[in-house]
Design a protein around this ligand. Sequence first.
Ligand SMILES: Nc1ncnc2c1ncn2[C@@H]1O[C@H](COP(=O)(O)OP(=O)(O)OP(=O)(O)O)[C@@H](O)[C@H]1O
Ligand SMILES: [Mg+2]
Length: 235
Amino acid sequence: MHAIEATGLWKTYGKGETEVTALRDVSLRVRGGEVAALLGPSGSGKSTLLTTLGLLLTPDRGQLSLGGEQVVADGRITRDAARLRRERIGFVFQKANLIPFLTALENVLLALEINGLRGREAQARARELLDYLGLGERTAHLPDELSGGQQQRVAIARALAMNPPLVLADEPTAALDSHRSRDVMQLFRRVAHERGTAVVVVTHDHRTLDAFDTVHEMEDGVLRTAPRVPAPSPA
Ligand SMILES: Nc1ncnc2c1ncn2[C@@H]1O[C@H](COP(=O)(O)OP(=O)(O)OP(=O)(O)O)[C@@H](O)[C@H]1O
Ligand SMILES: [Mg+2]
């Protein structure tokens, strides 16, 4: 069973002269515990694919199963998309988009509260997660008292709060220097490998490519899975 199994996705925006086909027969599989990169030039369809996988956008055609359960069939969402998104998918964007008047801890708590988790259990989980992301000493800080990399880690903590089987990130390291970018990517890698989370990351950042298990490239709406040099087998 794959965490993501997308088959034959098509998506066209607009009509007539302004028509743009952003997904052309895209198929993609990602396993639990796998960190997959989505590369490609601007306008090639990466964000369209990511938002389709995240049930924020409905494809014109194609099938999508998440965790072995079909959620899109013949281009229609067949399940309660809002609920699936809340419970099963963590999103991370280019900017952290934290709530500016809530502390790091409160930003994470809010994500839990939305899903009905409050009180001591929520507190414990949020603290543990911030600790895990190296922010144990920063829980009481407001977003503008944190560095860009720290803010992005709070955003990741928020995305991981419900322990979703799937994390989708659209250029999460774009605003970070190369050192912080590597930190964030290593973090995704650790989460994926330790928790069995499937992680898909849109990136322009070739500096972080060695952190990925698989690399997919988009060009003009077409997805190609790049061959990887196989790891050396033990002697
Ligand atoms: N809401 C929309 N309406 C019309 N066209 C759109 C819309 N969203 C995206 N497009 C078009 O679809 C194509 C794919 O866009 P998409 O945002 O998926 O690209 P991308 O690979 O994420 O690019 P970037 O690297 O610049 O973020 C582009 O040609 C874009 O102009
Ligand atoms: Mg994009």
